[in-house]
Ligand binder design. Structure first.
Ligand code: HEC
Ligand code: HEC
Length: 314
């Protein structure tokens, strides 16, 4: 089982699935609930690991690079990667760098030092997840191909520098609560996120409260870039095929900038409200049941009593 944690091809994967099903039957036939449980957990974990390693290169770039790099769209946290190979023509250098940026910077490498000097805050790129030599080679090829295109799929959306207006803030709130539909069909934020001023039942709790997200993610540019290509586990799958438009991002960021000074929604208050409304419903149901039950008893008892008294009379 553990040996199958690293799957290299689809063939292996199919074989693994078939073996898994066989294993599952075998365990199920023994019928130990804890065994089945832990097996299910291990299977899910393995499948998620396998899918993380099997994502294709463009998806990998979108998930792990695009929140800091565009190709032809200008600098974000990291440099624009267009025409990378004309600046750094040594693929071995790039492979080493992608596998461990900090080690290359700290080795005193002149090229890396220059890149860090050019970066606001002198940030060093974090080591990307699951970065194998093969992955790095594929990424270099992808950056090369995309650089040659007039408009790369990784150009990203232009982030506006216009000052926010009250209208932007309103529009952002409408988008957040789902009153204004997202142009590309994404799910309204309120389904998973709470906000300080939402009514008693509040927003969803799958994601974090976004009242103070503007201060958390620091700058307008960083949060706009983040929304352009959300790279996290739950946001990425939803918004990959339903990206936010530049003007939607502008409005949402305006809204988040306006709420950043407010305290976050009080989760315990909304949870109490939820409990109370649950309690209200439960009480109503008990009353209803009680009334029905009494009627039912009555309906049964009455003929019995009548029959009984008739019996006495006879
Ligand atoms: C959190 C932000 C961040 C992420 C995510 C990130 N990078 Fe970077 N990257 C940087 C920064 C900042 C620099 C420049 C400073 C440095 O050298 O560390 C940089 C530099 C680079 C360079 C050298 C650029 C040049 O002009 O020579 C390459 C190549 C690169 N990144 C590729 C990638 C790839 C590929 C990914 C995704 C697997 C990625 N980066 C993910 C921030 C990031
Ligand atoms: C289906 C649920 C879901 C929807 C819909 C959703 N999000 Fe999220 N979001 C999450 C989750 C869960 C996280 C936490 C990170 C993760 O697991 O992806 C998150 C994280 C975030 C973060 C990072 C927060 C932080 O503090 O780092 C931002 C910003 C964000 N979402 C904005 C939005 C916006 C804007 C919308 C609407 C356009 C939206 N989300 C819609 C589930 C969702």
């Amino acid at each position: 089982m553990l040996s199958k944690l690293s799957l290299s091809s689809l063939g292996d994967f199919n074989e693994f699935v078939i073996e898994t099903i066989t294993d599952l039957r075998c365990i199920a036939s023994r019928f130990t609930p804890t065994g089945v449980m832990s097996f299910a957990v291990i299977t899910l974990f393995t499948l998620s690991q396998a899918s993380a390693q099997n994502v294709d290169t463009p998806d990998y770039f979108r998930q792990n690079c695009m929140n800091c790099h565009t190709i032809g769209g200008g600098r974000l946290a990291g440099p624009d990667l267009k025409d990378l190979s004309t600046r750094q023509s040594d693929p071995e250098w790039l492979i080493r760098f992608m596998q461990n940026p900090r080690a290359v910077v700290e080795s005193g490498d002149g090229y890396a030092a220059k890149r860090v000097d050019d970066t606001p805050g002198r940030a060093i790129m974090p080591t990307p997840p699951n970065m194998t030599r093969y992955r790095a080679e594929q990424l270099i090829k992808l950056i090369e191909e995309e650089s040659a295109k007039e408009k790369s799929q990784f150009q990203g959306v232009r982030i506006s520098n216009e000052p926010f207006t009250a209208k932007d803030v309103d529009e952002g709130r409408n988008i957040f609560v789902g009153r204004q539909k997202l142009a590309n069909g994404g799910t309204a934020c309120i389904n998973c996120h709470d906000m300080h001023d939402l009514s008693a039942l509040g927003g969803g709790h799958l994601g974090p409260d976004l009242t103070q997200v503007y201060s958390r993610l620091h700058t307008r540019k960083a949060i706009s870039a983040w929304l352009m290509a959300p790279a996290t586990e739950n946001m990425q799958p939803i918004f990959k095929n339903h990206p936010l438009e530049a003007d939607e991002i502008h409005a949402l960021v305006a809204y988040f900038a306006s709420t950043a000074k407010e305290p976050a929604a009080n989760a315990s208050v909304s949870r109490i409200a939820f409990l109370l409304s649950g309690l209200g419903l439960a009480t109503a149901l008990i009353f209803l049941a009680d009334t029905l039950w009494k009627r039912r008893l009555h309906a049964v008892r009455k003929p019995l009593v009548e029959a009984g008294s008739r019996g006495k009379q006879q």
